[in-house]
Design a protein around this ligand. Structure first.
Ligand code: CAA
Length: 258
């Protein structure tokens, strides 16, 4: 598949998607988000892939939705086009783990894209923010919803109401990112994490992702019940037999992803 605003490659069982509008700080326009969705669906359907990394460049993961593209749109334009809903929510339907490797700016929709990924790994120069208030609007791709779940109400209000950016150290402390690494190590670290995940049993990995995401959608007792049912279902996997037998036999498991 030929893409214009992203590039894709594979490294073993890991797929790497690079956002590629460097002159616009990877501003996210509908075409880029459509291409990203297509690439993610293709890798999700590909049995040879076990995990996906999304990255940008050293200066920007993505500086948000494309302001130039949006500036003249009216209510009816965005309502009829189902703006954001149509092109931005593909990532939530991807069942394999998606890791965001963030260097530089992750602002507005860029931060929201990172928040839609399963793991965020940041370079030391990463900056996270929801500066939409500067533009006379509010976050529109989950910033007011996923951000407070990630960092709590106090910091989410602070970021969304003042446009203050968080640096990588604060983002790690607040729970927005899981690891911070030097810029030159960012991609290697993200690819290594993805490769580690991709070597495990794919259905078990998918169940972990599904179960953790369910924690955000249901009360605790229902969530634990959902987890228990998936845990019981895992005993139907050949990989459960292999994983546990390998432990008992003191050897490395050979997962067959079934
Ligand atoms: N949309 C369109 N173009 C953008 C952009 C964006 N979100 N962010 C940066 N650019 C463009 C700039 O217009 C500039 O283009 P030109 O060279 O043609 O002038 C180029 O990228 C480089 O940007 P700067 O010259 O501004 O670079 P800088 O280093 O001085 O500043 C920055 C970098 C802090 C990221 C600054 O560009 C900035 O504040 N960008 C806007 C961030 C923003 O407001 N994001 C939220 C967008 S709204 C949104 O995302 C809604 C939602 O929830 C879905």
């Amino acid at each position: 598949m030929a893409y214009e605003l992203i590039s894709t490659e594979t490294r073993g069982r890991v797929a790497l998607v690079t956002l590629n509008r460097p002159k616009q700080m990877n501003a996210l326009n509908p075409q880029l988000m459509q291409e990203l969705g297509q690439a993610l669906y293709a890798f999700d359907a590909d049995d040879a892939i076990g995990a996906i990394v999304i990255t940008g460049n050293d200066k920007a993961f993505a500086a948000g939705a494309d302001i130039g593209a949006m500036k003249d749109w009216n209510f009816i334009d965005v309502y009829r086009a189902d703006y954001i809903t149509r092109d931005w929510e593909h990532i939530r339907r991807i069942r394999k783990p998606v890791i965001a490797a963030v260097a530089g700016y992750a602002l507005g929709g860029g931060n929201e894209l990172a928040l839609m990924c399963d793991i965020v790994i940041a370079a030391e120069n990463a900056k996270f923010g929801q500066p939409e208030i500067n533009l006379g609007v509010l976050p529109g791709a989950g910033g007011t919803q996923r951000l407070p779940r990630a960092v709590g109400k106090a910091k989410a209000m602070d970021m969304c109401l003042t446009a203050r950016m968080m640096d990588a150290a604060e983002a790690e402390k607040a729970g927005l990112v899981s690891r911070v690494v030097p810029l030159e190590k960012l991609l290697d670290e993200a690819l290594a994490v993805a490769a580690k995940i991709a070597a495990y049993s794919l259905p078990a990995v998918m169940m972990v992702k599904e179960s953790i995401n369910a924690a955000y959608e249901m009360p605790l007792s229902e969530g634990v019940h959902f987890e228990r049912r998936l845990f019981h279902a895992a005993f139907a996997l050949a990989d459960q037999k292999e994983g546990m037998a390998a432990f008992v036999d003191k050897r490395k498991p050979e997962f067959k992803n079934k």
